[in-house]
Design a protein around this ligand. Structure first.
Ligand SMILES: [Zn+2]
Length: 138
């Protein structure tokens, strides 16, 4: 018997599932192994690598609950960086629409933050288009 390895005490609770700790595979399965931002999947494109992304970053109070974790490819995850999803999606309409359509399990307050960030950005967007753009109305 190895020394210094006390038997782990088994509590009275038989391995209850912890809602704050979701295995990444569970997240991937829930999202059909598809990035919620760009819609790419390693099942279709072998170059795609999946990762688990925090909608609300941990440093901003986000947790490991299922409503805060989404499947993101490494490319989107890198582009998003440490920002919350709503900051990343505010200027990316395609990704935002895809996210809101796919990630229906995300906490309502986080989804609201995404829609709000996109809306407030649109209101603030009052500056004229940059000069030097030719008329391209076709
Ligand atoms: Zn992606």
């Amino acid at each position: 018997m190895p020394q210094g390895h006390a038997p782990h005490p088994i509590g009275p609770f038989p391995s209850a599932p912890s809602p704050t700790c979701v295995h990444r595979t569970k997240v991937f399965e829930r999202d059909d192994f598809t990035c919620v931002y760009c819609g790419r999947s390693p099942l279709i494109d072998s170059e795609v690598e999946l990762s688990v992304d925090h909608v609300q970053p941990r440093m901003r109070g986000g947790d490991h609950s299922p409503g805060n974790l989404v499947t993101a490819c490494t490319r989107c995850n890198t582009a998003k960086g440490g920002r919350p999803a709503w900051a990343y999606l505010a200027s990316r309409e395609d990704e935002r629409i895809r996210f809101l359509a796919r990630a229906t399990y995300v906490w309502p307050r986080l989804r609201a933050a995404i829609e709000e960030a996109a809306g407030s950005r649109r209101e603030q967007n009052e500056s004229p288009p940059p000069p030097g753009i030719e008329g391209d109305d076709g």
